[in-house]
Design a protein around this ligand. Structure first.
Ligand SMILES: Cc1ncc(COP(=O)(O)O)c(C=O)c1O
Ligand SMILES: N[C@@H](CCOP(=O)(O)O)C(=O)O
Length: 462
């Protein structure tokens, strides 16, 4: 299995090479050259298996020879052993035909743990075997950062730098990033918003002297391995509702388009998915684009769902690559146009996208109202991101097809909004009950590439 760049001008890599590289050297994102298919029989055979067994069967064909079956199964087992729920990703019924997939039982209470815990294991195994060390730099609007820190803290072969937008993450998210004591962890509070953090990260990847000098690696969803690990819960949840005999739809609270793109890959692999619904907050560039074809940047407006306050939605590039017939040339052209504010998707490509994706948005008031009503009528305490999903799903679901909404974070990560809407302040789980008593360690930085590069170079072993 080889991986190719969405811009068509970087060498094809193996799974392990693509995982350790992050962004392709032409600025594109790696995607599999071909997506392996699971037959209806393969999907039926998932019924009754543990999450770990489903994960092995779904991901194995993508991974190649770098990891033996035995090692890969062992790494999967270690990745999910620390989750706070036996099912790992339990499915809860909200209403007839509407289900919530709870993806927040991992160590940092967000869906990112599903991929990040596995990536931590895969990196450690690969780097130890190769005798290499890397510098991971991540950009976060709150959840990726804490999940990456949790997965890589204390590892000898890795330094992990997380750039987050100063003042724009929740206090729980910030403390999850600033309280770990391990010396290989570096939380950096940057001026600007998430898109600035992500842009500086991409600048670092495109500066080959720096990239090669520090042996830069990335664990945002620009890294294919992140997307792959997120494909698994689409299969586990759909199989538990009767796939392949029964179709299902998914609604996904969306920002960087990584999670919903994983659903699209599941569909390409043969999972009978009817619709993939992109649910956005007021920063609704994806909803506007899928409605009109125009991907046009706007000011980022801070919201009560800060993890989705995003305008440059990285993984949309992967969807565009398929929509343009897997031709890197138009994709590279659109990404160039984006630097000056936006681009227009051709009619053919828009139709190709709409074959799989629909979209909706929730305002701040609608999000709050959904938290209130889900708690009052269904007994489910939702985080604001998950509430956006539930609201859009309720508007768009077709009574004949079960809808699964992804609950992407635990309500305790966003206690202020949840308390205001429901009257209940969700407590943190016991193991992090002292989070607010732990000392914080953080570096403030300007939104300046040279400053950030210097900071990183000074901190890593020479
Ligand atoms: C809680 C939460 N929900 C939803 C999203 C959006 O997911 P994606 O960026 O994969 O679209 C994020 C951030 O990625 C998040 O942290
Ligand atoms: N919402 C994310 C933004 C980064 O997304 P990623 O999936 O590309 O890592 C976050 O919480 O940081």
């Amino acid at each position: 299995m080889k991986y190719i760049s969405t811009r068509g001008r970087a060498p094809a890599l193996t799974f392990e090479e693509a995982m350790l590289s992050g962004l392709a050297r032409d600025g594109g994102l790696y995607v599999p050259e071909e997506v392996p298919v699971m037959t209806p029989g393969d999907i039926r055979a998932l019924h009754g298996l543990s999450y770990e067994e489903v994960a092995f069967r779904v991901m194995r064909p993508f991974v190649g020879d770098g990891f033996t079956d035995e090692v890969f199964a062992d790494l999967i087992a270690k990745s999910y052993a620390g989750f706070g729920h036996g099912a790992r990703a339990p499915l809860v019924q909200l209403a007839p035909g509407h289900f919530l997939l709870e993806l927040f039982h991992g160590p940092t209470l967000a869906f990112k743990d599903f991929a990040m815990q596995l990536i931590g294991q895969l990196f450690e195994e690969a780097l130890t075997r190769r005798g290499e060390r890397v510098t991971i730099v991540g950009a976060t609007s709150g959840d990726t950062g804490s999940a990456a820190i949790e997965a890589f803290r204390g590892l000898d072969a890795v330094d992990v730098f997380i750039l987050y937008p100063h003042g724009r993450v929740s206090e729980v998210q910030r403390r999850q990033m600033t309280t770990p004591v391990e010396e290989n962890v570096h939380a950096v509070a940057m001026d600007g918003h998430f898109d600035d953090c992500q842009a500086r990260l991409k600048d670092m990847f495109n500066d080959f002297d720096f990239r090669d000098g520090v042996r830069l690696a990335g664990v945002n969803s620009i890294n294919w391995a992140r997307v792959l690990a997120q494909v698994v819960y689409y299969f586990s949840s759909a199989a538990s509702l009767g796939a392949p005999e029964r179709k299902v739809s998914f609604t996904v609270p969306t920002g960087n388009f990584g999670d919903i793109f994983a659903g699209y890959i599941a569909k390409k692999m043969g999972l009978p998915i009817d619709r993939l619904v992109v649910a956005t907050n007021q920063n609704d560039i994806l909803h506007r684009c899928l409605s009109t074809g125009d991907y046009r940047m706007d000011e980022v407006t801070p919201s009560i769902s800060p993890s989705m306050d995003i305008q440059v939605s990285s993984n949309f590039e992967r969807a565009l690559f398929d929509a343009y017939g897997r031709d890197g040339t138009p994709v590279a052209q659109l990404m160039d146009e984006l630097k000056s504010g936006g681009f227009h998707v051709s009619q053919g490509a828009l139709e190709a996208l709409r074959e799989h994706f629909t979209s909706g948005r929730a305002s701040e008031a609608e999000t709050m109202a959904t938290i209130t009503s889900a708690h009052a009528t269904m007994g489910e305490l939702l985080c604001p991101h998950s509430a956006i999903g539930v609201k859009v799903a309720e508007e768009q679901r077709d009574p004949g097809v079960p809808m699964i909404t992804l609950a992407t974070a635990h309500p305790a990560k966003f206690p202020d909004a949840v308390e205001e809407a429901s009257g209940l302040r969700p407590p943190l789980p016991e193991r992090m009950a002292d989070l607010f008593d732990r000392p914080e360690r953080v570096t403030r930085a300007r939104n300046d590439l040279a400053d950030l590069k210097t900071l990183i170079q000074e901190r890593i072993p020479s």
